[in-house]
Ligand binder design. Sequence first.
Ligand SMILES: Cc1cc2nc3c(=O)[nH]c(=O)nc-3n(C[C@H](O)[C@H](O)[C@H](O)COP(=O)(O)O)c2cc1C
Length: 172
Amino acid sequence: MDIWTAIKNRRSIRNFTADPLEEKELRNLILKAGIWAPSGGNAQNWRFIVITDQKVLNKLKLVSPGLLGSPQTIIIICQDLVNALEKGGELGVKTLSLMDTAMAAQNIMLAAYAVGLGTCPIASFHPEAVQRIMGLPVHIYPQLLISVGFSKENPPTPRRDPNIIWFNSYEE
Ligand SMILES: Cc1cc2nc3c(=O)[nH]c(=O)nc-3n(C[C@H](O)[C@H](O)[C@H](O)COP(=O)(O)O)c2cc1C
């Protein structure tokens, strides 16, 4: 699949089949796409936790209002905030870590689309509750969930506004 097709046709999927995903495929998504995203100072403070256990998934659902449908898998993208502070100071913790997570997430979602999987990024969840459920240390901070599965829907393409580009100067 060419890159333009993936970028344009990937949709946020909120309705999944019950088919399970292979661990190898999930590992590939992270190793072939997630970790090849850029990160500030090449810090690579991301930590990917893959949930396929439906019991754990159900617990995560309870603390994630933005998690819709019944995906077979959730990838929790966390950042190691101790490393982020050591490597990047306040900028590393407050800004770079979020950007790094977002870049890894987009890579994963595009790669998933290219191999026939649906995904949805989910920011509407309670990070501290996810930490509790997963028994994470306080410095491993969940920043984004990605649901992954086989899509059971073909959502319409939400409109994009093309009038958002300026060259050399900006005018309202
Ligand atoms: C940072 C971020 C957070 C999002 N959080 C949620 C969420 O909590 N729940 C959800 O269903 N969709 C969420 N989305 C998906 C957006 O609603 C979706 O990307 C947008 O409507 C455009 O649709 P598309 O992804 O199909 O192009 C999020 C997207 C981004 C980038």
